[in-house]
Ligand binder design. Structure first.
Ligand SMILES: Nc1ncnc2c1ncn2[C@@H]1O[C@H](COP(=O)(O)OP(=O)(O)OP(=O)(O)O)[C@@H](O)[C@H]1O
Ligand SMILES: [Mg+2]
Length: 162
């Protein structure tokens, strides 16, 4: 691992208050997380604006110390494709979330790397597991995501940091 990556982990914000900018997003997302009820979310915006960081903060708020058991992070640009994503979701969703939160959270990075066909498959997966899982989709451009997925998500647009 390059030392620059270690640095970004070391200083990655751990709390909502530590995120720089994105104030409107933080306000809405924090209240959703504190209500222990989030819809599917889409985080759209440039690299390095806090999308992955905010997803982690949300799951820590929801699940506290047991966040690791209730959080699955996947990368959509994984060369093995959508079938691997679907299988991993299936395995993960098989067991119930803990305690007072009735769902687990799946973070899908680079969702806009999926082809339209793969996105159709993802859409069906989201539908099938909606009772037990919430998806957070991360992408650079929301316009690259098919409408049926966009319409199932609350979309948050991250701004470049000044
Ligand atoms: N809004 C922010 N406030 C504070 N730190 C930030 C913010 N955005 C990014 N960072 C810092 O930059 C690093 C990378 O951020 P993060 O992984 O959340 O970006 P990202 O939006 O997910 O980017 P990518 O699209 O490349 O995945 C983090 O370790 C964090 O420390
Ligand atoms: Mg990221």
């Amino acid at each position: 691992m390059a030392s620059s990556e270690i640095w970004t982990e070391k200083y990655r914000p751990e709390k909502f208050e530590e995120i720089v900018g994105q104030e409107e997003i933080i306000k809405r997302v924090r209240s959703l997380a504190q209500g222990l009820n989030i819809p599917h979310l889409m985080f759209a915006g440039p690299a390095g604006t806090g999308k992955s960081t905010l997803a982690l903060i949300i799951v820590k708020e929801l699940f506290g110390n047991s966040w690791r058991d209730n959080y699955l992070e996947l990368n959509a640009s994984d060369e093995r494709g959508i079938d691997v994503v679907r299988q991993k979701v299936k395995d993960f969703a098989r067991t119930r979330a803990i305690a007072n939160v009735p769902f687990k959270v799946i973070f899908l990075d680079e969702a806009d790397a999926l082809t339209r066909e793969a996105q159709q498959a993802l859409r069906r997966t989201m539908e099938n597991f909606t009772a037990t899982c919430r998806f957070i989709l991360s992408c650079n451009y929301s316009s690259k995501i098919i409408d049926p997925i966009q319409s199932r998500c609350a979309i948050f647009r991250f701004r470049p940091l000044t």
